[in-house]
Design a protein. Structure first.
Length: 327
């Protein structure tokens, strides 16, 4: 949901409007402008995933300061896990100073003072999680913040958040958005505990969040025909037996879910402009199916029509069918 855009505002009103929106969307803070306030450019959107939310901010140069007075002003205590999709950010909290750019994640505890500056302008994406939902003590969060990059989960979570942000309009409107938010919070929790180092909660959290991490890993490797239970287990440092045991406890079929995800990916690709020009076999391979005949058979079982029939229906209707034939 778009919260704010400076484009239709008069130049004299932009800086103040940006300050007000940031106070409401992020947390009470002081905004410091790094250029003439009337030249301020910003676009802010907020997408809900249950109690968690994804804040998208694209803006020209500015700085943000949250003081002890601001932390006493109230509001729900939250933790933000953020990254820069464009530009370079400079973050400081609890004596830790960090340059945020490229693949880096930063962890922001809104219950304590911090500073953030974007000296070049750019775009940031931040997952906001209520601290009570995360369920971790403040000392553990503080210990983890400078060490996120050292965790083997860092890149997995970073890629997951990027996907969550890029597809936010569709994902946040999906009936499963709240469940997706819960799974994402589990991933964040696992990352924080992992980064904090030796902690008695570490083994428990890794076990509790195994399936959430597996789902995120699978989504990122759907196109790989070599994605198997063995490679998935190896990527998460568990045995295939442990993996299947966790799936059985959750009443969840790993193989069936992978097929369903690949078919959903293929269904969307087939009716895209590029997909309508591509062969069925090429689409099958792009979605991780090594055998086009197997792909066609599974597609028909799932949706009640062949991939080619699906494409023809989409072309005739001027868009993808409603999927009413799904089995």
């Amino acid at each position: 949901m778009l919260l704010f855009d400076t484009a239709p505002l008069g130049r004299a009103d932009r800086a103040e409007a940006f300050r007000v929106v940031m106070q409401e969307a992020a947390s009470p803070c002081r905004i410091e402008h790094r250029e003439e306030p009337e030249l301020m450019r910003a676009r802010i959107a907020l997408w809900s995933y249950g109690r968690a939310a994804l804040l998208s901010t694209d803006a020209s140069r500015f700085g943000l300061v949250r003081t002890a007075r601001h932390t006493r002003a109230g509001g729900e205590p939250t933790l933000s896990l953020a990254f820069q999709c464009r530009g370079r950010g400079e973050f400081g909290q609890h004596g830790h100073q960090q340059v945020v750019q490229g693949r880096e994640l930063m962890l922001v505890d809104t219950t304590a003072p911090y500073t953030f500056a974007c000296a070049t302008g750019g775009g940031s994406r931040a997952l906001q999680v209520p601290l009570d939902q995360l369920g971790l003590p403040a000392d553990l969060v503080r210990r983890a913040a400078p060490r996120l990059r050292a965790s083997p989960l860092h890149d997995l979570v970073r890629a997951h958040l990027e996907w969550l942000a890029d597809a936010a309009p569709e994902l946040s409107a999906d009936p499963g958005a709240a469940a997706l938010g819960t799974a994402t919070v589990e991933l964040v929790r696992a990352l924080v505990v992992s980064a904090a180092g030796d902690d008695p909660r570490r083994a428990d959290v890794r076990e509790e969040t195994l399936l959430s991490r597996v789902r995120a890993h699978v989504r990122q490797h759907l196109s790989d025909p070599g994605l198997t239970p063995r490679t998935i287990a190896a990527a998460h440092n568990v045995s295939v037996r442990q993996l299947y045991k966790a799936c059985a406890a959750a009443g969840w079929s790993l193989e069936q879910w992978v097929i369903e995800q690949r078919l959903e990916d293929a269904r969307a690709r087939l009716t895209s402009p590029a997909g309508l020009r591509r062969s069925i076999g090429a689409t099958a391979r792009a979605c991780g199916f090594a055998d086009p005949s197997h792909f066609t058979r599974r597609f028909r079982q799932a949706y009640g029509m062949t991939p080619r029939e699906w494409q023809r229906a989409a072309t005739a209707a001027g868009g993808p069918p409603d999927g009413s034939g799904q089995g």
